[in-house]
Design a protein around this ligand. Structure first.
Ligand SMILES: [Zn+2]
Length: 409
């Protein structure tokens, strides 16, 4: 029974938005002290066995390239951030990173580089490679352990590759994906940039990330980042050291439902979509690494006729290793239809994401143009099935919306 009829109902534009910091949870030990001793002993044993094969040149300089690389088919602008540096303060319960701040956890001996956004989607699709930062020889490998650990399932042994460089220094690449490791065996050489494995979450890990741990030829721990609070070594080991904070938009995406972050098989739901028809709610979302307190991002939604349909500015409420924001919007029911653009200006860079907005094809019979029901929504705009005693909105493919309240018979 129809109580009301309106030819067109204008839905609220900005009735939902959200986001904020993305919690990485990775503030627990990447590797237990016992595991570190076991691994060190294995490496020392292997080095004895390889002693006639390895010719070191202590004067060889080390110049690391970035140890992660994205697959070219991944459309994200960027895909990582840094959650923890080496903890330079060896006293209990105090934390100090190379830049005299506290982006680490107590006793951390490596650099943690996490993948983001949707780390489990990146993991499922093998989108992020761990590559050798420097030439060297494989001196140990661990494989075959579960690699999908989250806060509730962390623990056990990691999968890892260990490389000795020409100067005798050693890099540990940990938390790798099971069975993704290079097929090369202990004693074989790898070149800078060569695939070692895929980013995952094996061992004591709360989510996909690389733990990179480095020792010099005398087994002194190294922090590859040069800075005034690096007490371990004085020079950077990077060929080009990135800034302490490198604010970047990792991805701007459109979704057909609110994206959900979480763990594999439990609740990570990227819900990415680029094709919409009238009546669809579009979730416009932005994913950042290293946003800093007060920095601004300018958002614009541009229609196919090049008119800015909506625009807004958003300031970061704090400094975050990883953050994200979304806005839920209904596009104008009368179009224009075609390719729309979602645009973000951030940190003097312009980023663009394209999506399709289309009108369904009208169905015509002999007598009249027949409207086709596209969807039924409740008063919050959420798609629902027909129920009695609730106000519902029936959207048709000609752009009309009927408000109905059907009573129990
Ligand atoms: Zn770590």
């Amino acid at each position: 029974m129809i109580l009301f009829f309106f030819p067109l109902i204008i839905f609220a534009q900005d009735f939902n938005s959200g986001g904020g910091e993305y919690n990485l949870y990775n503030n627990d030990k990447c590797l237990s002290n016992l595991d570190r001793i076991i691994i060190s002993n294995e490496i020392k044993e292997n080095l004895k066995l390889l002693s006639d094969k390895i010719i070191l040149n202590k004067n060889q300089s080390i110049s690391f390239i970035w140890p992660l690389r994205k697959d070219t088919s991944l459309s994200f602008n960027n895909y990582f951030g840094i959650s923890n540096f080496v903890d330079q303060d060896t006293s209990l319960a105090s934390i100090l990173d190379y830049s005299c701040l506290n982006r680490s956890y107590d006793g951390h001996k490596g650099t943690d580089i996490f993948t983001w956004p949707f780390p489990w989607y990146l993991y499922d699709n093998d989108y992020v490679d761990v590559i050798a930062a420097e030439d060297g020889i494989i001196i140990n490998k661990h494989d075959g352990h579960n690699d999908d650990h989250c806060p509730n399932t962390m623990g056990g042994t990691w999968n890892a590759v260990y490389i000795q460089h020409n100067d005798g220094s050693i890099a540990w690449y940990g938390h790798l994906k099971k069975n993704s490791l290079t097929s090369k065996i202990i004693g074989q050489s790898v070149s800078k940039g060569e695939l070692l494995g895929k980013v995952a979450s094996s061992g004591n890990s709360t989510g996909p990330h690389l733990h990179l741990e480095i020792y010099d030829s005398a087994w002194n721990l190294i922090d590859p980042f040069q800075g005034s609070c690096n007490n371990l070594n004085s020079i950077s080991w990077w060929s080009s050291q990135q800034n302490y904070r490198q604010p970047v938009l990792n991805a701007l995406l459109t979704h057909d439902s609110k994206p959900i972050h979480g763990c594999p098989g439990i609740n990570e739901e990227p819900n990415m979509a680029n094709d919409f028809i009238i009546g669809d709610t579009v979730f416009f979302a932005a994913y950042y690494s290293d946003r800093e307190l007060g920095d601004s991002a300018h958002y614009r939604i541009i229609s196919p006729n090049n008119i800015v349909w909506d625009s807004w500015i958003q300031l970061s409420s704090s400094t975050f290793n990883a953050s994200w924001y979304y806005w839920q919007k209904l596009l104008p029911l009368n179009g224009p239809f075609g390719v729309w653009e979602f645009e973000i200006e951030f940190n003097s860079q312009l980023y663009t994401h394209k999506f399709q907005y289309q009108s369904p094809v009208l169905i015509e019979d002999k007598n009249n143009i027949v409207r086709k029901l596209v969807r039924i929504s409740n008063i919050l705009g959420k798609e629902v099935s027909e129920v009695s005693n609730r106000t519902l909105f029936y959207l048709y493919n000609d752009g009309t919306v009927e408000k109905k309240l059907i009573f129990n018979k």
